[in-house]
Design a protein around this ligand. Sequence first.
Ligand code: RB5
Length: 150
Amino acid sequence: MNAASALPVAVASDHGGLGLKGLVVARLQAWGHQVEDLGTQGTASVDYPDFAARLAAGVVAGRYRLGVLVCGTGIGMSIMANRFRGVRAAVCGSAYTARMARAHNDANVLCLGERVTGPGEAEDILRAFLDTPFEGGRHARRVEKLDGQA
Ligand code: RB5
């Protein structure tokens, strides 16, 4: 797939994830992805549910191919994003869990924690998330059940 011609990857953070969001945006652009940065843009304290909701609504509406949310731990972002039907947000702390989130769970939103994951590890996680396809098969039936289908 030509990543540059596909729908954008949306990225958002609160103040706790601002620095890592910058790294994520830079790497995505360097790797040829279209990126939509949904904020936050400054160090002022903001509420992570507002940013997770903005991104998750766009994923559900089909405006973004994938999303990346960053806060202090990734946890608050994931809780909010997963309230949107059709969003499968996964907090990943390793490249292995990022690969599994895509291959088995068809995760469409990656959640990272700037206070728990260093920049090098975060880059590996992001790369694994982007490069791993959903395996389908028996996993497709299970993923359908997440939204009350099948
Ligand atoms: C902000 O201090 C922090 O609570 C937030 O970034 C996130 O870690 C919440 O889950």
